[in-house]
Design a binder for this molecule. Structure first.
Ligand code: SF4
Length: 177
């Protein structure tokens, strides 16, 4: 029987959710014994593969590139999981939603800089008018709340899924041991 394929994706998030994945420490090796980690910032794969069993997604959707990525990943994933509050609700990235994209770019590249103050006219993905959580654009099967979710919670969640069961986010799993 082929091993399950596991992936993680990093959209508009601070990387804290992936830091929690790394915080699983030696358990990452145990995870690698039970599943193939086929795509992630922590492995060197350029193309998101076909037929992925589980994908954990960190971050909200903020740009046209994010839209293209999450649609592709959704089409190639059986179980799509929102990992953390940015993916689930928009959280920190959505704080810009009170402002226009022009105001955000001006604030970032002009007002808050001391040298070379100008909005780049190339090399940046196009910002969406508003930041949205994953489920506003694609079907999300499960969510792991938290900012970031603790490593113990991610571990329990993923290992339960790999056993073919549906994880339950009890108080214990949501807030750690
Ligand atoms: S949920 Fe928190 S830790 Fe995760 S990407 Fe968002 S801000 Fe960072």
């Amino acid at each position: 029987m082929s091993r399950p394929k596991l992936a993680t994706l990093w959209l508009d998030g601070c990387s804290g959710c992936h830091m929690s994945i790394l915080d699983m420490d030696h358990r990452l090796l145990e995870l690698a014994e039970h599943a193939d980690i086929v795509y992630s910032p922590i492995v060197d794969t350029k193309e998101f593969p076909e037929d992925v069993d589980i994908t954990l997604v960190e971050g909200a959707i903020s740009t046209d590139e994010d839209v293209a990525k999450i649609k592709l990943v959704r089409s190639r994933t059986k179980i799509l999981v929102s990992l953390g509050d940015c993916a689930a609700t928009g959280n920190i990235p959505s704080m810009r939603n009170s402002f226009s994209t022009d105001e955000v770019l001006e604030r970032t590249f002009v007002e808050n800089t001391t040298t070379n103050s100008q909005v780049p006219d190339e090399g940046l993905p196009k910002l969406l008018d508003t930041v949205i959580p994953l489920h506003h654009l694609v079907k999300v099967d499960l969510t792991i709340p938290g900012c970031p979710p603790p490593a113990d919670v991610i571990w329990e969640f993923v290992t339960t899924l790999l056993k073919g069961k549906t994880p339950e986010l009890t108080i214990k799993t949501r807030f750690g041991k």
